[in-house]
Design a protein around this ligand. Structure first.
Ligand SMILES: [Zn+2]
Length: 453
């Protein structure tokens, strides 16, 4: 450790960088430095750095690592499967999950996801799936920051046979990560229609007993869900969630496609948050989530990827442009959701949805050193009139040169240092072979059914 000019302890200085700290004023530093103290940011400034061990960033951009508040990491293994089949969830995905998704498969899919995220500049992810202890292990080993959410649902789950077993797994997860510096446990009731009021109330009790741990849930995702709420409870699905006591500042609600005006007022009044998955929503033909209307009410909305089965990629560069375009299409104008706001939704605002804005999502003294180095050298990015526009509409995940979480490089010069990329891909291909055989079996059975019928 070296004492710096400004009196704080400094372990490393990243110098000669263009910096977008993502502070409230959206300051841009043309040429500056960031001093690190172990896992934290000690200071940052313009011009020449203070004395100390410095790394030359060669004019590359340093910005906060991106935060993805809604993902199903192991579903990388389903990427591109039955892309244009409307009933693919029931025809393929659920049978494949029941038959073949084991703890080992979850780990293989999560490793593929971690590799993709590190290469794409994501440093924090909130996951909801099964065997989340294994996903936590992958996040831990790969050096990422994350929220691991135990899914609770009425349908047959790969990792629990009853709701009591599901809650036992949730308790174990909370114990396992109680004091972990980068991994946070979370309850993840699948959706109001797939858990029901009683289970949602049980989650609300659990949540009250575990302050600081986020709750993740799909909400108002499909029109069928609205019908369920109306028929079963005579209210909207958002109101059912509120009745269960789940609409709180710890909730990260994914999608929120079809809220009424009153629903949006309620979400804002309760301080609940939203994860917006533009590509996933668009590909499913579901429409455009009312992101502008939610944010106008003060609701924090983070950009998310959803699983790779739904949104195909796990980087947020792929999400920023569609998220902006959807709001412009809905608003019939260029003005809605300006580029700087989109960038905030991929970083600091997404961190806020997870209750982590005090730790990550912006480059400020005292916060964790979660950052990415982006090369701006590609012709595709020039000229740069507006850095936010460049990043939202022209930059790609391959422009990310280096990724750091908690002061540790996970990737340098595009080489991931915490995973074995070749083994990760080979393992995933083996699982895909098993999936393909099962798909052929399902198709044969369906053909036979048609012939018999
Ligand atoms: Zn989802």
């Amino acid at each position: 450790m070296l004492p710096s000019a400004c009196g704080t302890r400094v372990s490393l200085i990243l110098a000669n960088a263009r910096i977008l700290p993502m502070d409230p004023a959206m300051t841009e530093i043309e040429r500056g430095w960031i001093a690190l103290d172990g896992d934290r940011i000690a200071a940052l400034g313009t011009g020449n750095p203070p004395a100390g061990k410095a790394l030359d960033m060669a004019g590359d951009l340093l910005m906060p690592g991106m935060v993805n508040p809604h993902c199903h990491m192991p579903m990388t293994l389903f990427r591109g499967l039955a892309e244009d089949v409307d009933d693919r969830l029931f025809r393929y995905i659920l049978p494949l999950e029941r038959a073949l998704v084991t703890a080992e498969v979850v780990e293989i899919g999560a490793r593929l996801a971690a590799l993709e995220m590190i290469r794409g500049g994501v440093t924090t992810v909130a996951d909801m799936y099964y065997f989340e202890d294994r996903i936590g292990a992958v996040l831990d080993a790969s050096g990422l920051r994350g929220v691991v959410g135990q899914t609770l649902a009425d349908f047959a789950a790969p990792d629990h046979g009853s709701m009591d077993e599901g809650f036992a797994r949730l308790d174990a997860l909370a114990d396992l990560y109680r004091d972990h510096p980068r991994i946070t446990a979370s309850a993840a009731p699948h959706a109001p229609y797939s858990t029901g009021l009683a289970v949602m109330e049980r989650v609300a009790h659990w949540s009250a007993a575990h302050p600081g741990l986020p709750v993740q849930m799909h909400l108002a995702e499909t029109r069928a869900e609205l019908d369920w709420a109306e028929k079963t409870h005579g209210v909207t699905t958002v109101e059912v969630t509120d009745r269960a006591g789940l609409l709180t500042p710890t909730l990260v609600a994914a999608h929120v496609m079809y809220p009424t005006e009153a629903d949006m007022d309620l979400i804002a009044a309760r301080g609940a948050h939203v994860a917006h998955n533009a590509r996933s929503n668009g590909k499913a033909g579901r429409g455009i989530a009312p992101v502008t209307a939610l944010r106008a009410r003060g609701v924090k909305v983070g950009l998310a990827t959803d699983g790779a089965m739904s949104g195909n990629t796990l980087d947020l560069f792929s999400q920023m442009a569609p998220a902006a375009m959807f709001q412009k299409i809905a608003g019939g104008s260029r003005r809605p959701l300006p580029c700087a706001e989109v960038l905030r939704m991929a970083t600091i605002e997404a961190a806020a949805t997870l209750g982590m804005a005090d730790r990550t999502g912006s480059l400020e003294p005292g916060k964790q050193a979660d950052l990415i180095r982006i090369s701006l050298s590609d012709p595709r990015l020039h000229p740069i009139y507006d850095l936010s526009s460049t990043l939202v509409f022209a930059a790609l995940p391959c422009d990310v040169r280096a990724t750091m979480v908690a002061g540790r490089w996970l990737m340098r010069d595009r080489m991931v240092e915490t995973l074995e990329p070749e083994k990760v891909l080979a393992d995933a291909l083996q699982v895909a072979r098993r999936f393909r055989a099962k798909i052929e079996e399902i198709d044969k059975q369906a053909d036979r059914g048609q012939t018999d019928g």
